[in-house]
Write a protein that binds this ligand. Structure first.
Ligand code: V4E
Length: 220
């Protein structure tokens, strides 16, 4: 089960006309371009997202992103780390079900056995899709080991870049932060304010009340 859990350390940045050029200059290699269709789920009362838990279906697979003990790296103090987020990425369906159920406090007995086809747990927990969009993503790898840069263009018209490092559970998150800091420096990223993710922009437009609530709870 542990094999299905890793921590994604990530820093978002604003793309501009120079981003591609810069990536080439620092030796980034494009490793693919693809369309990603995401559907995000929560209860109608938003139990999950109000706890900073993000349940989504991507390419037919369920994924859950949840905060780690010190998800907001910035709480540890260093300025560059404050621009990064850390989330556990869980892709094992029984584990996802367990965690979601824990939060929703659904006390109904769970039935054993899951398959990607049997989606009855979704409706039993009253989970509904609250966000759905497609992203055109270009991915690049860097010489710096394990660093990936994604350039995302969401279908609702938002463009954002991400520098990310996947750390296996128990791995060195400080080293990941340092790799991201170095990469940001090479890309000439100077701004020190947090950059909005696709979900920020999507929720602001489509669920403004919930967006305001997430902001006031410091989740976004
Ligand atoms: C964790 C999270 C959300 C879920 C989507 O995560 P994100 O990394 O933004 O999306 P994406 O498509 O790039 O996923 P990937 O392919 O990298 O797995 S939506 C909001 N959050 C929380 C959050 C936050 N509080 N602050 C920032 C800067 N990002 C995300």
């Amino acid at each position: 089960r542990r094999l299905f859990m890793s921590v994604e350390v990530e820093r978002k940045f604003l793309c501009n006309a120079d981003t591609l050029k810069k990536l080439k200059e620092i030796g980034a290699v494009c490793v693919g371009q693809r369309q990603i269709h995401d559907q995000y789920f929560d209860t109608p009362e938003f139990h999950l997202t109000l706890r900073d838990m993000w349940l989504r279906k991507r390419k037919g697979c369920w994924e859950l992103k949840c905060p780690t003990a010190e998800s907001q790296s910035g709480k540890q103090g260093e300025a560059a780390a404050a621009l990064c987020t850390r989330y556990k990425e869980i892709t094992s369906l029984p584990e996802i079900h367990l965690r979601v159920k824990e939060v929703i406090k659904e006390d109904r007995e769970s039935e054993a056995g899951f398959s990607q086809e049997d989606e009855s747990w979704v409706s039993k927990l009253n989970l509904v899709c609250f966000a759905e969009f497609t992203t055109a993503r270009r991915s690049f790898t860097l010489k710096e080991e394990g660093v990936q840069v994604d350039l995302d263009q969401a279908d609702f018209g938002y463009h954002v870049g991400e520098i990310e490092v996947l750390v296996p559970e128990g791995g060195d998150e400080q080293a990941a932060l340092e790799k991201i800091r170095k990469t940001a420096e090479k890309l000439g990223l100077t701004g020190d304010q947090r950059v909005k993710g696709k979900m920020d922009v999507y929720l602001k437009r489509n669920h403004p009340e919930h967006y305001a609530k997430l902001l006031s709870e410091h989740i976004l």
